[in-house]
Design a protein around this ligand. Structure first.
Ligand SMILES: CC(C)(COP(=O)(O)OP(=O)(O)OC[C@H]1O[C@@H](n2cnc3c(N)ncnc32)[C@H](O)[C@@H]1OP(=O)(O)O)[C@@H](O)C(=O)NCCC(=O)NCCS
Length: 166
């Protein structure tokens, strides 16, 4: 059975490699090559990962196969903006590991942690053109808004905000 382990600095390279392998297939038809490279560097450099985990309080978990092979990762933040809401910041599985129930397992795990913390909802941002929107709908999320976020260098994130009540 796939399982989740906490990401420590020894895993940063693995997380970055998963992102490097997953983003082009996920966003290749949605974002420019330049924007993908810019966002990967912004979010997945060792310093960026350390900041998310050590300063911003994001819980970062690596999904591994039963033989210890990396499959993907999820990150989330309890009580985001001091509200009883858990934000899922990242959820990515390697192309070969998609469609096998690991994504559902990760959402269920985060929902359980959120409930333990007495949070009443899960929230996330997703690109409006990402196929993952349908996955989230299947998991019980609904679109509650949209926002275009200026991330510098002339790049925009054109997102839906989705929420699932717990
Ligand atoms: C989105 C993602 C995390 C989903 O995880 P997954 O392991 O592939 O999904 P699961 O196998 O757990 O699927 C759970 C259910 O959702 C359905 N589903 C999965 N992807 C779907 C999609 N794109 N559209 C519609 N339904 C989908 C599955 O059919 C399954 O339904 P079932 O339980 O009735 O069989 C994964 O596909 C992924 O990493 N995608 C690329 C990266 C990405 O877009 N991440 C989100 C960024 S915001």
């Amino acid at each position: 059975m796939p399982h989740l382990i906490p990401v420590t600095p020894t895993h940063y390279v693995q997380v970055e490699q998963i992102a490097q392998q997953t983003w082009p297939t996920t966003f290749g038809s949605i974002l420019s090559t330049e924007q993908i490279a810019y966002m990967l560097n912004w979010m997945y450099s060792p310093d960026a990962l350390a900041e998310q985990i050590e300063q911003k309080g994001h819980v970062f978990l690596l999904a591994q196969s039963d033989t210890g092979e990396p499959l993907g990762y999820v990150s989330y933040e309890l009580n985001v903006n001091d509200k009883p809401v858990t934000k899922i910041h990242k959820i990515y599985l390697l192309p070969a590991s998609q469609g096998q129930g690991v994504g559902r397992m990760m959402i269920d795990y985060v929902a359980k942690q959120a409930e333990k913390a007495e949070n009443i909802a899960l929230q996330l941002n997703v690109n409006r053109q990402n196929k993952a929107v349908s996955f989230y709908e299947k998991m019980g999320f609904e679109v509650v808004g949209e926002e275009d976020i200026d991330i510098g260098n002339g790049f925009l994130m054109e997102d839906y905000i989705m929420m699932k009540r717990l």
